[in-house]
Design a protein around this ligand. Structure first.
Ligand code: SF4
Ligand code: SF4
Length: 369
């Protein structure tokens, strides 16, 4: 039976530090030994300020680093940004300042090792620092995600795929959301974080995981040695069926979900806003590609917000975006609906829009169900 710890918390460091220390001591205290190499893996996808609620808050990272140092171990804070420099993210997010004076390595993942994650993916290059670490502290953010509904502990491990390799794997999964979820679960199982502690103090709801999402104060930190149990408990807290999250659906199919108990008080968060409904994939297999194309929400651009910064077309795995005089143009035949462009747009110019086909099918389903 997995244990999920839930504690009230704020970004006041005097209050946050003892709460964080209590959680990590209970879940991983015995596993962190003097001299251990401890990888701290926050969500550091792209440059954003703490109040945007897109990245793990710098004070949570600081608490993790201080705990590891107190144990006599060697902390390293790493992630692999989708685009831009890791150093700039540390600066903009305030992590560089928060960690000033602490003996910690902060570096982006660079070198990789090839790991067999099983069928159908086979070998995949995973950050060497993650594979070599004695202990991994996973620090996800509670936020919504256009494709995966929520991006929590399991998905945070996708950051162990380095740089543009992430795009290649998105491309390989194509428009098949469940194929991508299977990949995420397999990567998580290959890396297996020792403990996952979620920053749910200021969460992101609505059209996350990028600048289009809306910060929402929830005021909790949650931790578990079982990432799936943690993610299931978060679903319960925000009032959604855990099986509507693709990664948890896959984990259930793979029989790797455990029962869990809550230690603490899990708040009931009402009206937690989720992204535009996902595509409607049902019926015989030969119809699935057609349904994906016509019912999955489309990425769209608000030209008045676009500053032609080039980030979206640089990282689009399908090369489905081209620059125009004002704003950008999508090639929806090429687009695989990964929504990475929405995630990284620094100006919140991109969002997802339900297709006419999606609306019609959804209305029909609602009418006859
Ligand atoms: S849509 Fe966003 S990411 Fe793309 S060019 Fe415009 S501002 Fe940059
Ligand atoms: S246009 Fe956006 S959603 Fe479509 S493939 Fe490119 S990054 Fe993904």
């Amino acid at each position: 039976m997995a244990n999920v710890l839930v504690r009230k918390a704020s970004y006041n460091y005097e209050q946050l530090k003892p709460v964080f220390f209590e959680i990590i001591e209970m879940l991983a205290g015995e596993k962190i030994k003097p001299g251990n190499r401890v990888l701290i893996k926050p969500n550091m996808l792209s440059a954003a300020a703490p109040q945007d609620a897109i990245l793990t808050h710098p004070l949570i990272i600081k608490a993790a680093v201080e705990y590891v140092l107190e144990k006599g171990a060697r902390p390293q804070v790493s992630d692999s940004p989708a685009i831009g420099s890791f150093e700039n993210i540390l600066k903009v997010n305030g992590t560089r300042d928060a960690l000033a004076g602490l003996d910690v390595i902060c570096s982006p993942f660079k070198n990789t090792v090839s790991v067999d994650i099983g069928k159908p993916y086979g070998h995949i290059d995973i950050a060497k620092d993650a594979i070599d670490a004695d202990v991994i502290i996973n620090l996800p953010k509670l936020k919504t995600h256009c494709q995966m509904l929520l991006t929590l502990g399991v998905k945070n491990m996708f950051g162990c795929i380095v740089g543009f390799k992430k795009s290649q794997w998105h491309m390989r999964a194509g428009t098949d959301t469940m194929a991508f979820a299977r990949l995420l679960v397999a990567i998580h199982q290959a890396v297996r974080p020792t403990v996952s502690i979620l920053d749910g103090i200021l969460a992101l709801e609505g059209e996350g995981p990028g600048k289009r999402g809306k910060p929402r104060s929830i005021g909790v930190i949650m931790g578990s040695g079982d990432t799936f149990a943690l993610d299931m408990a978060v679903c319960k807290m925000v009032g959604i069926d855990y099986e509507s999250m693709p990664v948890l659906k896959v984990a259930k199919e793979n029989n790797i979900l455990s029962a869990y108990v809550i230690d603490g008080k899990l708040p009931a968060i009402s009206n937690f806003h989720l992204p535009v409904p996902e595509g409607l994939i049902f019926g015989p297999r030969f119809l699935h590609n057609f349904l994906r194309r016509h019912t999955m929400p489309l990425p769209v651009c608000e030209d008045n917000l676009c500053r032609l910064c080039s980030q979206c077309w640089t990282m689009c795995p399908a090369q489905a975006i081209t620059e125009r005089k004002a704003g950008i143009k999508f090639d929806y035949e090429k687009c695989i609906r990964c929504y990475c462009c929405i995630e990284i747009c620094p100006y919140g110019a991109l969002h997802s829009r339900e297709t006419i086909g999606g609306k019609i099918v959804r209305n029909l389903i609602d009418k006859f169900s």
